[in-house]
Every structure is written in C-alpha cells, then in structure tokens.
Design a binder for this molecule. Structure first.
Ligand SMILES: C[S@@+](CC[C@H](N)C(=O)[O-])C[C@H]1O[C@@H](n2cnc3c(N)ncnc32)[C@H](O)[C@@H]1O
Length: 380
C-alpha cells in the first residue's frame, strides 16, 4: 500500500516548540484507555505530559511518537528531570515555581539527554531560563487570551471565576457576571479561523470547511466553566494565571505523590521521531494494545485516515483501544471498517468530563483485528 505522508509535517509550526504542555485531559485518557500492566501503548508526544502520565498505570512499555523532533526533545527534558532532579527542583526548573537557577539545574540533566536533544537545548537556553513549561506556541496563545481577559475584565473578576469552591456559586457567577455579550464577542474573535490560522498555522485548519470556529469552541468552554469545578481545573488556571496553583490542581505527572513512581518507570518510554504514517509502514511489532492519538486526525485527509486505521488494525492486539479528539473536523471511523467497535456513549460521557476546554468531539474504539482481515480491506 502506498504511504500517505503527513500533510502538516512541513508546516512551519512543527519546526518549533508548539506545545509545552498537553491540552488534553489525562483523566479522560485514563478512563478511555484503561491502561494496565499488560499494555504496550503508542502515544503521541505533544508536550509529553500524557506519555509520562501513562506510566502511572504501570504499562509494560510506552512508545511516544512525534513528527516534530522538538516535542520529543521536550519529552526527553521532562524525563531527565525525574532522573536528575528532586521534586521541588523539577518544579523550579520547569517553571511551576519562580527560579533564577534553571541553567544551573540544567547541568544536572544534560547527561540524561541524547546528543541531538542536548544540542537543541544548548541552542535554546532562553526557553529553559524562562521556564520551559510556558514556552510552547499554543501555550503562548492561551496566555495572550488570559492576559486580554485580565485587561478587559479586571484581575479581580478573573480571580473570582477561579476561586469559587462550590459548583452552584461558580455557575451563578458564570451565568450572571461572566457570560456577557462582550465575553462571547471577545472569545469568538480570539478563536476565529482568521486569528487562529494566523497565530498557530493555517495547515491545522485546512480540512475544516465553512464553520464559525468561535461559537463552536465556546460551547465546549461554556460547558467546562459552568459545570466542572474550576477551582481544581489546572487547564483553566494555566490560561488565566500562566501557572498551576499546586496541590492536586496540577497535571498528575507533576504531582508530588507521583514523583517516585514515575522516576522508577521512566525507562519504559521509548521516543520515536517520525510521522505515524511511516512508523506503521516500517514496524512489524504487532504489540500495541492502547493508542493515544491526540487530535492528529484533524490534520489527515480521508485516504490517510483510512490507511492509518488499516495499519492500526494490523498492529493492534485483539481488543486494543484507541482514542482521539477532534477540535472542529469530526472524524468517525466508517462502518465498513468493522475491525473498530465504536464506544460512542462512553466517549461522549468522557468528553463532558474533559477539563481541557475546546474539543468538540472525542472518539473511543475497540479493535478486533480478526474482523478487519475478514473485510478484505487490508493492503490493496
Ligand atoms: C496533534 S498535536 C495536538 C496537540 C494537543 N491538542 C495538545 O494541545 O496537547 C500533538 C502532536 O502531534 C504531532 N503530530 C501531528 N501529526 C502527526 C503525525 N502524523 N505523526 C506523528 N506526530 C504527529 C504534532 O507534532 C504535535 O506535537
């Protein structure tokens, strides 16, 4: 079968640090994939948070893949923190806590990096000095939005939104004091096709036709801000304050009680610099039982989508699970691919629980490779 290469691989966005944190909820991933000590997981790297967080479920192995080498350099750096630093040092180094000592701490990490990651970070020391966790382009986009809200609404109002400790008062505040026409107008402009394409990359949205981005994304954001506790939602705090308040309001891989467990398992992650399209062409491992595919299908055309699914069905263990998000371009596996059993109701329930605002779709499937072979849809 002819390999369909990724259409976004050559986009400028993917030559730099796009995501310094993962904008996907690890709790959703945990429930969707239900990883156990019998699993080998293929996980998109992105900011690295979810690939690292998967270690908490004790998998045999995690293969973390990304076509953007810089995302993988970031994952290496985060993994090196577990090997070379103590917990509080890690928070300071990454930028959760203020620090003037990051370049010094970096010296303890260098020996844990591959030569290419070392070269990259030595040429991008400023990202380290500034706290690498906040240096991704998407993260900057969110911070600009948070800053704009503080300027237009005032910091007191933003703090009030963040600090309700009871869902009824949060919702009341949101409905009566936050969800104004002005909020809707600002949101819809900031998250319009024009501004997002200009700031992020137009390649991200080339498959999305004739939709008004703002109102669709806002609907999901409304849901999160009305119905899910903001006081423990680290995604909302990240946008509004450029930091995490701590305690449990911080990604699981950065929680203190998970530090030693992750430290003892970091060597279970293998990092792969490659498009997933070519990875499946070359690898005959057939061992994957769980697939965390982020929202990569937002950016692949129909042919590549089908080709990837065919490859997955051949590489997957029976009853493997795969999950992915869509921002705006909904991707549903066609019924003709009978190897994939859709878990629609469960996926919709998880989407409602997703604290990382914005995604309009989440899909979860279970794989039965035997039925795939019977359809005759494999290599033509
Ligand atoms: C799909 S993006 C989305 C990030 C996510 N929404 C977030 O905010 O955390 C995640 C990563 O997928 C990588 N990626 C996209 N398409 C890919 C492909 N075909 N193969 C491998 N990696 C891919 C990108 O380089 C990026 O780092």
């Amino acid at each position: 079968m002819k390999t369909n290469r990724s259409k976004v691989a050559s986009a400028k966005f993917f030559a730099k640090l796009g995501y310094s944190t993962c904008w996907e909820d690890p709790d959703v991933l945990k429930s969707a994939l239900a990883v156990t000590d019998r699993d080998t997981v293929l996980s998109i790297t992105s900011g690295g948070d979810l690939s690292i967080g998967l270690l908490l479920d004790n998998p045999i192995h995690v293969v973390s893949i990304d076509l953007n080498a810089v995302q993988n350099f970031l994952l290496e750096l985060k993994l090196a923190c577990f090997k070379g630093l103590e917990y509080q040092e890690m928070l300071s180094f990454l930028g959760v806590h203020p620090s003037n000592d990051r370049l010094h701490l970096y010296e303890k990490l260098e020996l844990h990096l591959t030569p290419s990651a070392r070269t990259y970070w030595s040429q991008h020391r400023v990202l380290i000095e500034n706290g690498v966790l906040s240096q991704g382009k998407q993260d900057h986009y969110f911070f600009h939005f948070g800053k704009l809200l503080r300027i237009l609404s005032g910091s007191k109002k933003v703090e009030a939104l963040l600090n309700h400790k009871e869902i009824f008062s949060q919702r009341h505040f949101y409905d009566h004091f936050w969800n104004s026409r002005r909020w809707q107008w600002i949101f819809d402009i900031f998250f319009s096709r024009m501004i997002m394409s200009w700031y992020m990359d137009s390649a991200h949205f080339s498959l999305v036709k004739d939709l008004r981005f703002g109102p669709l994304i806002r609907k999901q954001v409304d849901h999160v801000l009305r119905n899910l506790p903001i006081w423990e939602n680290y995604f909302v705090h990240w946008v509004m304050t450029k930091s995490y308040p701590g305690g449990n309001c911080i990604p699981p891989y950065l929680q203190e009680n998970n530090f030693d467990t992750i430290r003892s398992r970091v060597d279970r992650i293998t990092i792969v610099n490659e498009e997933i399209e070519t990875f499946f062409d070359r690898h005959d491992c057939g061992t994957f039982s769980k697939f965390n595919l982020s929202n990569i299908f937002d950016w692949v055309d129909d042919n590549s989508f089908i080709a990837l699914l065919q490859a997955i069905s051949k590489k997957a263990r029976p009853n493997a699970r795969l999950c992915y998000y869509n921002l705006l371009h909904h991707r549903v596996i066609p019924d003709t691919l009978t190897a994939f059993k859709r878990k629609y109701n469960f996926a919709m329930k998880l989407l409602q629980q997703n604290r990382a605002m914005g995604y309009t779709n989440f899909e979860l499937y279970e794989v039965n490779p035997d039925s795939m072979r019977r359809t005759g849809l494999e290599d033509k």
